[in-house]
Design a protein around this ligand. Structure first.
Ligand code: ZN
Ligand code: ZN
Length: 380
């Protein structure tokens, strides 16, 4: 992508701050290194973040617009520009330009958002995270504790972004209207454009001081431990929605939701196929010839299983109702046991004699002394 900050975010040069923030959230969700398969996702994520930091800082944006991309970057490298961008302070709740990621090992993600125009109280953004559990947990259901880093309402200013005793005054840039109208003379005539005021973010009011904890955003990123109620029978890749556990609203509306994608670790004994389970079970040659009573593992402890005489290697048996619970329905899936006959790799003399006798009784001529099993192995 082009390095131009407006191109990086895919916004027009006269985009409002809200539009820039909204575009940033979408791009950040797309390129976040924890989730993106894109090549150079981390690089792109950094560019997007940098672009957002510069363009949402009024002073920096003005300088950027005046200087153009290349000269702005040069000026910044020389330290000649002292805007909020790159300085670390004053970044949004997700900023912290220094490269220290506010995302925890469990990433939080900005979804949808659509934080375009202010019109009354809109809910906060939905956040997304991922939670790994064992197959046992999916089988029994579990109340799982989970730690997430998420934006929360700043407690020091109660989300207002300024101290309670800060002086309020009408925004001088828009005369308190929250919107600015520009008129441009073009070859086609006068074009009038109305935009959300950047200075006051459309509120029409500015304050003499901003909250030092949240830098005026009204939100801070906090580490929070939540309890997730994971229902029995949940599948890998399913998403649980924790209502009102997402980001706080920026306009006094309800919180967004937290979407928890469940990832189930693979299991040593069982493979899962929807509500059914598959287990591979090794049997000896005499066991399948004569039949046997064996114990096979299930998710609820061992179960007795009758191997019929004359069982073939690769044969499949169904243990009804020994699979996974059906999510939000009655009953359980089945457990399929695949039988595999194991060829012994070493035998004692008695076994060797007995097997030789077995082969001869069936009319087979095998030179056992030269290594029947070695030969068998090589012929496979
Ligand atoms: Zn204003
Ligand atoms: Zn605050």
């Amino acid at each position: 992508m082009s390095d131009d900050f407006y191109d990086v975010l895919g916004v027009s040069r006269d985009a409002s701050e809200d539009e820039i923030k909204s575009a940033y959230r979408k791009k950040a969700a797309e390129y976040h290194p924890d989730v993106s398969d894109e090549p150079n996702a981390e690089e792109k994520f950094k560019k997007v973040k940098k672009a957002k930091e510069v363009l949402t800082d009024e002073e920096a944006r003005r300088a950027y617009d005046q200087l153009g991309h290349d000269r702005f970057e040069q000026a910044e490298k020389r330290g000649g520009f002292d805007g909020g961008a790159g300085a670390g302070a004053g970044g949004g709740p997700f900023g912290g330009a220094g490269g220290e990621s506010p995302f925890g090992d469990i990433f939080d993600q900005f979804f949808g958002g659509g934080n375009g125009r202010r019109s009354g109280a809109r809910p906060g953004r939905d956040l997304q995270t991922r939670l790994r559990i064992d197959l046992e947990d999916a089988y029994h259901g579990i109340e799982q504790q989970m730690t997430v880093n998420r934006p929360e309402r700043c407690g020091d200013c109660d989300g207002a972004g300024h101290p309670p005793d800060a002086q309020s005054q009408p925004c001088s840039a828009c005369n308190g209207r929250g919107q600015r109208t520009t008129v441009q003379q073009t070859p086609l005539g006068r074009v009038q454009q109305t935009q959300t005021c950047r200075e006051c973010e459309g509120t029409g009011t500015v304050y003499s001081a901003s909250c030092s904890t949240c830098g005026g955003d009204g939100q801070v990123v906090n580490e929070t431990t939540l309890t997730v109620d994971i229902p029995a029978g949940i599948s890998d890749g399913q998403t649980l929605r924790l209502e009102r556990e997402g980001a706080p609203s920026e306009s006094g509306g309800p919180n967004g939701d937290l979407l928890v994608e469940i990832s189930i670790e693979s299991h040593q004994e069982f493979e899962r196929s929807d509500d059914d389970l598959v287990h591979r079970f090794a049997l000896s040659f005499p066991q399948v010839v004569f039949g046997d009573e064996v114990e096979v593992p299930t998710m609820d402890g061992a179960a007795t299983f009758e191997v019929p005489s004359g069982t073939q290697s690769g044969e499949r048996f169904r243990l009804q109702g020994k699979g996974m619970p059906r999510l939000q329905r009655r009953g359980r899936g089945d457990l399929y046991v695949y039988v595999q006959v194991v060829t012994p790799e070493s035998m004692n003399d008695d076994q060797r004699e007995a097997l030789k006798a077995f082969a001869e009784a069936g009319g087979e001529e095998i030179d056992v002394n030269e290594g029947f099993f070695e030969k068998l192995k090589h012929s496979l």
